[in-house]
Design a protein around this ligand. Structure first.
Ligand code: IPM
Ligand code: MG
Length: 355
């Protein structure tokens, strides 16, 4: 029987609650698909920082990276300085494990979830390849003359040839696995001149994939086209910051933050899976947050470690439940957090086993 070691970081706010439901569904999947996994919980996040001033001790980090995959609920709490815990945990994992792809599928499961008029399931089916280790997130920033009238603040957007190329290549390989075989590059090379490296490398890599169609949109136009003509997009590749921004638009096209999941990947190595949503501290402990995004992150995790059938079955279970209106909505308060987890676990089992 296959066995996987999974590290789990529930994190802040609603993170631990949605994580519990994702694992409830992984348990059901392990049961019906016949694999085993061991979950190790890591108590990281703002509570730990407040109590001990530790964010992510090196010894803990060394342990976390010894797993097949890492699951993360959510990080962020107004009691900590902006970005401190997010960068200490999420960004540390992304950078130090070199998780260079942030993969964000945007698939509309039911047209009732889409805020756009006249768009249906066939119009919203795209997947974002967000470069995940450099660009505006390079970590190179600084302040001079702090708190003085002539203060200067800088942040370097840095792109390496290798970093740009591996993200673009991943997007082209991914396009080959999808029926439409199209990659759209989103950038702002007309204003951020250094992004010309994206234009150039995209053309070079594209030449190796004559079977894949290419397209390009500046990020401002992409924001408009994603809403006006989402059916134009299949695989989208983008630098880190733009990928962050446009995937929030993507999330709303598929039904909102309650449903959008992501994988931070270094193909072949330990990778990190998380819902795109934040920690929503005001909903903490109320059993109102949608765990669907977290459950779908669990489905991506299974797919990544090699349990493709199980990953797919979890996604299709959610499609069934949404289309049959058993899950009426995926926003906060539409259902209880635990109730959705129970529903998905139960339907997954009966779908697979007829149980
Ligand atoms: C995301 C988030 C993070 C990011 C934050 C929490 C640092 O918005 O994963 O999309 O900007 O990457
Ligand atoms: Mg974001």
């Amino acid at each position: 029987m296959k066995h996987y070691d999974i590290a789990s970081i529930g994190g802040d706010g609603i993170g631990p609650e949605v994580t519990a439901e994702a694992f409830k569904v992984l348990d059901a999947a392990a049961d019906v698909f016949g694999f085993r996994y061991k979950r190790s919980d890591y108590d990281l996040g703002t509570e730990r920082w407040l109590a001990t001033s530790e964010i992510f001790p090196d010894a803990v980090f060394e342990e976390v990276k010894q797993h097949h995959a890492i699951f993360l609920g959510a990080i962020g709490d107004p009691r900590a300085p902006v970005g401190l815990i997010e960068f200490g945990i999420i960004a540390k994992l992304r950078f130090e494990l070199d998780l260079y792809i942030n993969l964000r599928p945007v698939r509309l499961y039911d047209e009732r979830l889409c805020p756009l008029k006249g768009k249906s399931e066939k119009d919203v089916d795209m997947i974002f390849v967000r470069e995940n280790t450099e660009g505006a997130y390079s970590g190179m920033f600084g302040f001079a003359h702090k708190n003085q009238a002539l203060e200067v603040a800088t942040q370097v957007m840095a792109y390496t040839r290798a970093g740009v190329e591996r993200a673009i290549r991943y997007a082209f390989e991914l396009a080959r696995t999808r029926p439409r075989r199209q990659v759209t590059l989103v950038d702002k090379a007309n204003a951020i001149r250094a992004q010309e490296i994206w234009t150039r490398v995209f053309a070079i890599v594209a030449a190796e994939y004559p079977d894949v169609r290419t397209d390009h949109a500046y990020v401002d136009a992409a924001c408009m086209w994603m809403i006006k003509n989402p059916e134009w997009f299949d695989v989208v590749v983008a630098p880190n910051l733009f990928g962050d921004i446009i995937t929030d638009i993507g999330a709303i096209l598929q039904g909102g933050m309650g449903i959008a999941a992501s994988g931070n990947l270094h193909p072949g190595r330990v990778s990190l899976f998380e819902p795109i949503h934040g920690s929503a501290p005001k909903y903490k402990g109320k059993n109102v947050a949608s765990p669907v995004a977290a459950i779908l992150a669990g489905s991506m995790l299974l797919d990544y470690v090699g349990e493709r059938e199980a990953g797919r079955a979890i996604e299709e279970t959610i499609v069934d439940l949404v289309r049959s209106q058993t899950i009426r909505g995926v926003s906060t308060g539409d259902h209880g957090t635990r109730e959705i987890g129970d529903m998905v676990a139960k339907h997954l089992k009966s779908r697979v086993k007829g149980a």
